[in-house]
Write a protein that binds this ligand. Structure first.
Ligand code: CA
Length: 222
């Protein structure tokens, strides 16, 4: 799950990036509104954490551009204390949620999980398919109630496929979701992770659609 963090305060941005990485997200971090605007027009982020007070272009403007392109990506805004007006403007400009600084990193991660879940059209905090249970909050996968050890990338890949059950995701699309800028992508990375997931769970879980991508079929039930 790849997210964009936009924050010009270096200490805070660094803490958010570290906290979200620890929660298993691939994180890109931009420190001004113009860079954020550019990144958002090209990269497929699962969610955005957006500070409103930014150099070059305000967070509110970044948000207005994003919604102007009719991009449905979930946005959580960060505001200073005593700025009710900012929060109202942000929500009215299309933000989905907000946090007031200073905030708890665990709460930020939990709110992002809720936003990503809602954006995928699923209200359930736990995903099920064909005997596989994925718990985003606990960062845990069970197969027939037995815990399965997955690497961070394997987990992220399985999460993306389960959130999009019934849809084919291309290899490029999966790579974009798993890796932040500057991450080293091993060649055939996605194929290797898929291979490991099939071995650790079961071979038929993930289908290869030749020349298109991968999918977990919808409606396999729990
Ligand atoms: Ca700021």
């Amino acid at each position: 799950m790849r997210v964009l963090v936009v924050e010009d305060d270096v200490l805070l941005g660094d803490a958010i990036q570290a906290g979200l990485r620890q929660s298993g997200y691939a994180v890109d971090w931009m420190k001004d509104g113009v860079s954020a605007d550019q990144a958002l027009s090209t990269e497929p982020y699962a969610a955005v954490v957006l500070d409103l007070g930014l150099p070059r272009l305000s967070g509110l403007e970044v948000l207005r551009h994003l919604r102007g392109r009719n991009t449905p990506i979930p946005v959580l805004i960060l505001t200073a204390r005593d700025t009710v007006d900012d929060r109202i403007k942000g929500l009215d400009a299309g933000a989905d949620d907000y946090l007031v600084k200073p905030f708890d990193m665990g709460e930020l991660a939990a709110r992002l999980r809720a936003l990503v879940r809602r954006a995928s059209g699923s209200a359930a905090p736990v995903l099920h398919t064909a005997g596989v249970k994925l718990e985003p909050a606990a960062h845990r996968v069970l197969y027939h109630d037995q815990p399965v050890e997955l690497s961070a990338r394997e987990f992220a890949l399985l999460h993306a496929l389960m959130l999009n059950a019934g849809k084919v995701l291309s290899r490029a699309r999966l790579e974009e979701q798993l890796y932040a800028w500057g991450d080293e992508i091993e060649s055939n990375a996605v194929e290797v992770h898929i291979h490991h997931l099939r071995r650790k769970l079961f071979p038929g879980l993930i289908e290869t659609i030749r020349g298109v991508g991968y999918l977990i079929p919808a409606g396999k039930g729990s």
